[in-house]
Ligand binder design. Structure first.
Ligand code: MCN
Length: 816
């Protein structure tokens, strides 16, 4: 079903929440009126360029900056020595912090510029500040760096090899951490008693985010006030302000961070990178505005990639097809240093979802993080959850096959039952609400599943290989509460803050500490606030992404904005309504307990004619001529909302593919997605988020992957080489939804921003495995390009070299 956008004028005020209002942010974005960081031009602005390591792993023997310094238009060239010298401003740590700790974590230093060693291609070595960006880049090219090359490692399994070159002196064996979840003994017993087991050995490849807008920053230091303003591509300005204050040694209250329009992030703009901090420092150093914008090549070399798992896992079943155990052993690529939230991704965001949608009595997960010579790995859309969901759904596919059951029947047999919620898994989380059969049934109906199976048989007889794959995914978002996050290692609270301000004329500005960058918060937050206050939708303005405007905030990632930011806005708006009630009671000469509030009107119970509108109350609050004694004038409220639990969206995605075993080509014939993200604030935006997410999931399944050679040199460093799917590669998506509200927030919402990306890859891989079942192909690592599919088919080739279906009764007939 495709949802039509609605003009807000055509929607009744009472229906504003839950309606598919058109996105109010689009006109500016589509007509060239957006303001991106690189659009900012300031008088006297200088430009920064970064000298980056050519090599994946090397010792720095010498950095000669003399030629660059002598170039016309160059204002300065700085190395780590310069940053930390007594003669330069700052006094910061000049090292990037890790904001998520684990007991076994080896916290290695991550200097903003390398001083002794470079540990990945693109590692910063020096910065140049010059009149214009071209001079800056030319001068960066003139910095002469002498390297002593060292052996490099790309994959965790290489990093852990006995003879691997060590990246950090303190990280023995290149081990970043060693972490486990669940019950090893109970799971071993479950496997010992099981009637059937199935296993998998897979790689979940490294991906690069490819946000449309590269990272950029403009910093402006005012020597008169000592204030430093940074505009940058960020998903979480307040977090960047806090971290940057420590890195460059500038007080937090004299530092402001603002996100202008941001052209996508997908996680890659959460993390605190060196470059933005260096821009800020250079601005202080030169007492002038300084800009840096990454080239596309720089984003490939330095944006944190995501995923990067090597995993062995197994599933155990009893005779009736009940899953009795699941065991996982993963090596996770952490890259050269620990990025901001990196340790959380392959541990708590991954291990806690290993139960999937299933009631599994024994689970054990073991994860070992590896330092390697790729850029620091961190969250990329889904972050840990796609890896978990992929693994569980691949195992479930294989488990069903092992016990000889239809994959749908097997899943349904093992779903957490509807009456078991809240459901405590064996891996430390409590699912809030769920009805897992509903999206599955809806998907089966859309697919016309029974008929498809018959068609599949007929097609096989004719030598056409169709397959259907399911993905019954679960996701955790709105990580919470802060106390729990702290126990798990977060070095930050995970609340969200907002301010709802009524203006004297009755219009409203809603400020939220999240920082949207494509998700349509301007629209959905206005819907939430208009609904709570009963004011017209168009009278609500939404402000995000600026530490000077919004008291505090944690930002946008982990599909938290609706569940946590939205709930914070509800809380602030309700405080405004409550204060308004006292003003109305005072003016209407009634007891506050007798005042009713509905659709923006305060009225006296039983005497509806005695009423005041929200706008009248706002006017009275600021006029302050006649408000209750002791009451402060004004009508606004701030909240810090700390959720009581995560929210757990879920759904069933299914793909039908045709695979040509001779060429290895895969065609996605149909893609069906039925998602349950709780109550929907705006179904059109939900649909858009699902679409975008699926596109990225299709990218992972079929096209994308960061490839490095043995020296850790990136081979896929441009859009020519890194295959981001184009529109023609994305299937027609048939989307539907079910609604199971979350009991854990006042809106009953669950997150949607990552659902499609989490769900899609395994639907497609399962479908390909289903299509190639006659050839005995159980698994193909992603991206499943034509060569890997063809090779998998050939691996089962018969002695005469021709690939034929395996098994006695699977003769394809026909021609292939
Ligand atoms: N929403 C809704 N009803 C719900 C849930 C959400 O109407 N039940 C709306 C929200 O109000 C919001 C949007 O859907 O307008 C997404 O909400 P949410 O799921 O809370 O996710 P966030 O806003 O926190 O966005 C983060 C999420 C993540 S983690 C990645 S990665 C991602 C994504 O959003 N990156 C994106 N979507 C993206 N979309 C764009 N265009 N660009 C990115 O970089």
């Amino acid at each position: 079903m495709t949802i039509d956008s609605l003009d807000p004028e055509d929607v009744d005020a009472a229906d504003i929440l839950g309606s598919a209002i058109e996105r109010r942010e689009d006109p500016a974005l589509l007509t060239g009126n957006a303001e991106y960081t690189d659009d900012i031009q300031l008088d006297g602005m200088l430009h920064m360029a970064v000298v980056r390591s050519q090599y994946g792993h090397a010792r720095l023997e010498d950095i000669d900056t003399s030629e660059a310094e002598a170039m016309e238009g160059v204002h300065g060239v700085y190395t780590y020595e310069d940053l930390t010298s007594d003669e330069t401003p700052g006094g910061g740590s000049f090292a990037l912090p890790t904001a998520w700790l684990l007991d076994s974590l080896e916290q290695v230093p991550h200097p903003v510029l390398a001083s002794e060693k470079v540990r990945h291609q693109g590692d910063g070595i020096a910065v140049v500040v010059a009149e214009d960006r071209y001079t800056a880049r030319d001068a960066a090219g003139a910095v002469d760096v002498a390297y002593e090359r060292l052996d490099a490692v790309v994959h965790p399994s290489e990093a852990f090899a006995d003879d691997a070159e060590r990246l950090h002196d303190d990280a023995e064996g290149n081990v970043a951490f060693d972490w486990e979840i669940g019950d090893a003994e109970k799971t071993a017993d479950a496997f010992a008693d099981a009637s059937h087991t199935a296993s998998i050995d897979l790689e979940n490849q490294l991906l690069i985010a490819n946000a449309m807008e590269p990272r950029a920053a403009v910093a402006e230091y005012n020597p008169g006030t000592d204030e430093l303003e940074v505009a940058m591509t960020t998903q979480n300005p307040h977090v960047h302000r806090l971290l940057m204050a420590g890195v460059i040694g500038h007080p937090e209250h004299k530092l402001s961070v603002r996100a202008p329009d941001v052209g996508g992030g997908f996680g890659s703009k959460i993390h605190h990178y060196a470059d933005e901090a260096l821009v800020a420092w250079c601005s202080m150093m030169h007492e002038a505005p300084v800009k840096w914008t990454a080239t596309r090549s720089e984003t490939y070399l330095t944006d944190a990639p995501g995923r990067g798992h090597e995993t062995k896992a197994e599933i155990a079943m009893d005779d009736d097809g009940n899953i009795v155990g699941l065991r996982v052993d993963t090596m996770a690529n952490m890259g050269a240093y620990l990025s901001t939230f990196a340790p959380a991704v392959p541990t708590y965001l991954y291990g806690t979802l290993l139960s999937g949608q299933y009631d599994i009595p024994a689970i054990y997960g073991h994860v070992k993080g590896a330092f390697t010579n790729v850029p620091p790995v961190d969250a990329y859309r889904g972050a840990g959850r796609p890896e978990a969901s992929f693994l569980v759904e691949r195992l479930v596919h294989l488990g069903a096959k092992e016990v000889g059951m239809d994959p749908v029947e097997f899943r349904k047999r093992n779903f957490v039952p509807d009456d078991a919620f809240p459901y405590e898994t064996q891996v430390a989380v409590v699912y809030d609400s769920g009805e897992y059969g509903k999206p599955m049934d809806e998907a089966l109906e859309l697919l016309d599943y029974e008929n498809f199976r018959e068609e599949q048989e007929r097609a096989r007889d004719e030598g056409t290989y169709l397959g259907v794959g399911f993905s019954c995914y679960i996701e955790a978002c709105g990580l919470a509460p802060s106390e729990l996050a702290g126990q798990l290692g977060a070095q930050a609270g995970l609340w969200e803050s907002s301010l709802v301000r009524m203006h004297p004329s009755g219009t409203v500005t809603a400020y939220c500490g999240t920082s949207g960058h494509g998700q349509g918060h301007g629209t959905t937050y206005a819907q939430i606030v208009a609904n709570e206050l009963g004011v017209p939708y168009d009278s609500v303005e939404v402000v995000e992404g600026d530490t000077d405007e919004i008291p505090q905030g944690m930002g946008t990632y982990g599909s938290r904005s609706a569940a946590v930011g939205g709930s914070s806005l509800v809380k602030s708006a309700q405080k405004v309504v409550e204060k308004g009630k006292e003003i109305a009671a005072h003016q209407l000469e009634a007891d506050p307990d007798d005042i009713e509030f509905e659709n923006g009107e305060y009225s006296v119970a039983g005497a509806p004619a005695r009423s005041m509108s929200m706008a009248d109350v706002a006017g009275a609050a600021y006029l302050a001529h006649d408000i209750p004694a002791e009451m402060e004038p004004g009508l606004e409220a701030t909240s810090f909302y700390d959720p009581e639990n995560f929210v757990f969206p879920f759904g069933t995605h299914a793909a039908i593919v045709e695979v040509d075993p001779d060429s290895g080509e895969i065609e996605i014939e149909r893609y069906v997605a039925v998602d349950d993200v709780g109550n929907q604030i705006n179904p059109k935006i939900v649909e858009g988020q699902i679409h975008g997410g699926i596109a990225q999931g299709v990218g992972q399944a079929l096209y994308e992957g960061a490839e490095y050679d043995d020296n850790a040199t990136l081979l896929t460093g441009s859009m020519q080489d890194y295959a981001v799917p184009k529109a023609e590669h994305i299937p027609e998506m048939e989307t539907e939804s079910t609604v199971t509200p979350s009991p854990h927030n006042p809106l009953g919402v669950k997150g949607v921003g990552e659902a499609g990306t989490i769900a899609a890859p395994q639907a497609i891989v399962n479908a390909v495995a289903d299509a190639l079942e006659p050839f005995g192909v159980d698994h193909i690592d992603m991206p499943m390009d034509a060569e890997s599919v063809w090779s998998a088919v050939q691996a089962n080739a018969t002695a005469d070299g021709g690939a034929e279906p395996a098994g006695d009764d699977a003769d394809p007939g026909g021609e292939r």
